[in-house]
Design a protein around this ligand. Structure first.
Ligand code: OAD
Length: 232
């Protein structure tokens, strides 16, 4: 089976009702990014950061995968599909994708501030956390999110996948945030690359063989599925 590696960003979840970050009216217009998504911000005002992610969780819970997420699941019938996502929602998992790697953490998880290997999954009826929340050992917890100023623990694994890709697909990301944006650089020369985004960013120098599908994920992904099937 050929290996398709897909790198997704906030755009793939937009049609499910979740705001992107940098489009106008996006999340970073409403909240100062360095207050709610950086390590400094969390140290300065942890209560605000807890509340920001409580709100994100409440929103995400109402959302369902769209034709973009579902199309990637469908591809598993013919390809070995690996999804690397910058998104913290769980819509790829809800769509049924089997191999999903989260680069920036997961909204529905929290972890101990004392031992980062102690990770807990929240349930829909218990998804709020605060500065007073304690884990089973009595230690304070934090969102299981990769804040700005923190390392991206899953990046090496992501690079490993990208290096093995026969086809590489980028969907709904402004290619602004590193190291996620640099994944393109690890694609083997000659590998076909598809980029689905209604407002695609400039492709970094060095990436070749890129086909841009200037459409929303809900339309562009089913189109790509048809195209890739027709080439089997
Ligand atoms: P951005 O908000 O920077 O970019 C969203 C991209 O999605 C843009 O290129 C839009 O054109 C595109 N888009 C909008 N609607 C779409 C649709 N229906 N279908 C397909 N594409 C669409 O989001 P990211 O690039 O994902 O990190 O942002 C990267 C990281 O920045 C996030 O993971 C987050 C943020 O700070 C953390 O919070 C750690």
């Amino acid at each position: 089976m050929k290996k398709i590696v897909v790198s997704t960003g906030a755009g793939i979840s937009a049609e499910s009702g979740l705001s992107t970050f940098r489009d106008s009216g996006g999340l970073w217009d409403k909240y100062p990014v360095m207050d709610v998504a950086s390590l400094d911000g969390f140290m300065r005002n942890p209560a605000l950061v807890h509340e920001f992610y409580n709100q994100r969780r409440r929103e995400a819970l109402k959302c369902q995968p769209n034709a973009g997420h579902l199309g990637l699941k469908e591809l598993e019938q013919w390809f070995d599909v690996r999804v690397i996502t910058q998104n913290v929602d769980n819509l790829h998992e809800k769509a049924g994708s089997t191999h999903v790697l989260h680069l920036h953490g997961e909204l529905m998880k929290i972890r101990s501030m004392k031992r980062e290997d102690r990770v807990y999954t929240l349930t829909p009826d218990n998804l709020e956390t605060s500065v007073d929340t304690r884990d089973e050992y009595g230690d304070p917890v934090r969102p299981h999110i990769v804040f700005f100023q923190e390392a991206v623990p899953n990046f090496e694994k992501a690079v490993e996948w990208v290096r093995e890709a026969d086809i590489f697909v980028v969907i709904g990301t402004s290619l602004n945030v590193y190291p996620a944006a640099s994944l393109l650089m690890y694609v083997r020369p000659g590998t076909p690359i598809y980029y689905i985004d209604p407002n695609p960013a400039k492709i970094p120098m060095g990436a070749e063989n890129v086909t841009i599908i200037k459409k929303k994920a809900g339309e562009g992904v089913p189109e790509l599925v048809e195209l890739l099937r027709s080439q089997l």
